[in-house]
Design a protein around this ligand. Structure first.
Ligand SMILES: NC(=O)c1ccc[n+]([C@@H]2O[C@H](COP(=O)([O-])OP(=O)(O)OC[C@H]3O[C@@H](n4cnc5c(N)ncnc54)[C@H](O)[C@@H]3O)[C@@H](O)[C@H]2O)c1
Length: 258
């Protein structure tokens, strides 16, 4: 039986662990070839090996710092060769930092968060569109956050960066449509999801207490699982979402409905 993304060739950043790894696994299980790009190359290789054990020949690992333009050019070309094209890009790599209020935040930390979270989406789309154009229909999925739509008092850089991803994603979708390309661009906005990105909070309160605390902020009463985001990404990469571009999917347990 054909998978939901059979024949797709998807480049995923930050795929060594967490959401990127979950999306790579889900897409390979549904018939895609996946390029796992991460600055943690050993981690990307390890996750690729796990995917290839289940779906032989479907995963390839590449070293990429998403803030580095030259590395983007090299990694995309290598992935294009390895997979025989690129028809999907998932801009997932991102960081959060201990920020504090805007008066405490250093310019250096602000710039680092903006660079990893926003430059990455700009550079990824800028250099991947030519490959997606050759492999239409193409799709770009940008992992923003519910924090890109709803602000809080102590994450100015994370809030600003994820809001930038939201609008940049729409800009890319409109640009491709204007060019007459069947290349769509959409964003996903997760709330707290069970990945290592939550470790600083777990370290502060202990795992159970931290997850319960976060869960209480969510109408559904629990934090999300990586598969919750992977399922949304699977839909946006697949042709099932062929009429969606410039859209956002909130995977947030109802937080933004309040
Ligand atoms: N987990 C959550 O609660 C949550 C919620 C909303 C949004 N997000 C977003 O989802 C994305 C993935 O988060 P996660 O929870 O899987 O995080 P994670 O920390 O578990 O994984 C992030 C991955 O990105 C890689 N990475 C970091 N900086 C990089 C760089 N400069 N170049 C290349 N790779 C880099 C890391 O090596 C790691 O493999 C991020 O953009 C994050 O902001 C996560």
């Amino acid at each position: 039986m054909a998978g939901r993304v059979s024949g797709k060739k998807v480049f995923i950043t930050g795929a060594a662990q967490g959401l990127g790894a979950a999306m790579a696994k889900a897409m390979a299980a549904e018939g895609a070839k996946v390029a796992l790009a991460d600055k943690n190359f050993a981690g990307a290789e390890k996750t690729s090996a796990e995917i290839n054990a289940a779906n032989p020949g479907s995963a390839f690992a590449f070293e990429l710092d998403v803030t580095n333009e030259e590395q983007w050019v090299v990694a995309l070309e290598a992935a294009n060769k390895a997979m025989g094209g690129i028809s999907g890009l998932v801009n997932n790599a991102g960081i959060s930092a201990r920020e504090g209020g805007i008066e405490e935040l250093s310019l250096e930390t602000f710039r680092r968060v903006m660079s990893v979270n926003v430059d990455s989406v700009f550079l990824g789309a800028k250099h991947a569109i030519k490959y997606l154009a050759k492999n239409q229909p193409g799709a770009i999925v940008n992992i923003s956050s519910i924090a890109g739509l709803i602000a809080n008092h102590n994450s100015p850089a994370y809030n600003a960066s994820k809001a930038a991803v939201w609008l940049l994603s729409k800009n890319i979708g409109l640009y491709c449509a204007k060019k007459g390309l069947d290349v769509r661009s959409n964003s996903i906005h997760p709330t707290f999801i069970d990945t290592p990105i939550l470790d600083p909070i777990r370290n502060m309160f202990g795992k159970e207490e931290a997850e319960a605390k976060l869960g209480r902020q969510i109408p559904l009463g629990r934090i999300g699982q990586p598969s919750d985001v992977a399922n949304a990404a699977l839909y946006l990469i697949s042709d099932e979402s062929r009429f969606l571009t410039g859209a956002e999917i909130k995977v947030d347990g109802g937080i933004s409905a309040m």
